[in-house]
Design a protein around this ligand. Structure first.
Ligand code: C5P
Length: 208
């Protein structure tokens, strides 16, 4: 049997790593829906259009090539910030949600991760996970990630950015980030990725 698995959580909670691990273990396709919002933001930036141009953003949301989204190209911090701005526009959300649902429907087993997967995109998913960690732990992880990639970073500034992004994602009117009904909570603040994966597997295996 194959399932749709819905994974939500705030920035740097560990949900991306966990989602990839789950998809590879069960042989399911994976869609990082954050990349779809990032792709729209990047299209606007590249075209020199303002981020609040809803018509241009909807057009980009309908037409960008979903099979060509590259994490390395879309990873920049500024693109994440810009993505959270385009993500407040309902027209952008409905265009992207339609494409995310198509992805799930066309897959024999799919893992989708984002902010509104269990609440809006796939509310009937048989397994929903809400992955979180304290803002301080998330900031520290991001900080070490940047350092280990040879970059420079200021942990305080990262924490401030994380709090600002949480506020925008949890406070917006359309599809705010919150645990879906029936979601299993996984708090990774004091967990290794291996322990989080074990917890997720128990929920998934029980649904198979
Ligand atoms: O997860 P990531 O940092 O790539 O997401 C970038 C931004 O896209 C988030 O801060 C959020 O505003 C938006 N997003 C969303 N709904 C999703 C996935 C991402 O609103 N399902």
């Amino acid at each position: 049997m194959s399932l749709t698995i819905a994974i939500d959580g705030p920035a740097a909670s560990g949900k991306g790593t966990l989602s990839r691990r789950i998809a590879s273990h069960y042989g399911y396709r994976h869609l990082d829906t954050g990349l779809t919002y990032r792709a729209v933001a990047k299209a606007l930036i590249d075209a020199g259009q303002p981020l609040d141009d809803e018509e241009a953003a909807i057009d980009a949301a309908r037409t960008f090539d979903i099979s060509d989204m590259r994490r390395d190209v879309l990873a920049a911090h500024e693109i994440g910030e810009a993505a959270s701005k385009v993500a407040v526009m309902p027209g952008v959300r409905s265009a992207l949600v339609a494409r995310q649902r198509d992805f799930a429907a066309q897959s024999r087993g799919a893992v989708l991760d984002g902010r509104d997967i269990g609440t809006v995109v796939c509310p009937d998913a048989p397994v929903k996970l809400y992955v979180t960690a304290s803002p301080e732990v998330r900031a520290r992880r991001r900080y070490h990630e940047i350092l280990s990639n040879g970059g420079e970073a200021d942990e305080e500034a990262i924490l401030a950015d994380i709090l600002k992004r949480d506020e925008r994602d949890m406070g917006r009117a359309d599809s705010p980030l919150k645990p879906a009904d029936g979601a299993h909570l996984i708090d990774t603040s004091e967990m290794t990725i291996e322990a989080a994966f074990r917890a997720a597997r128990e929920y998934i295996d029980a649904a198979l």
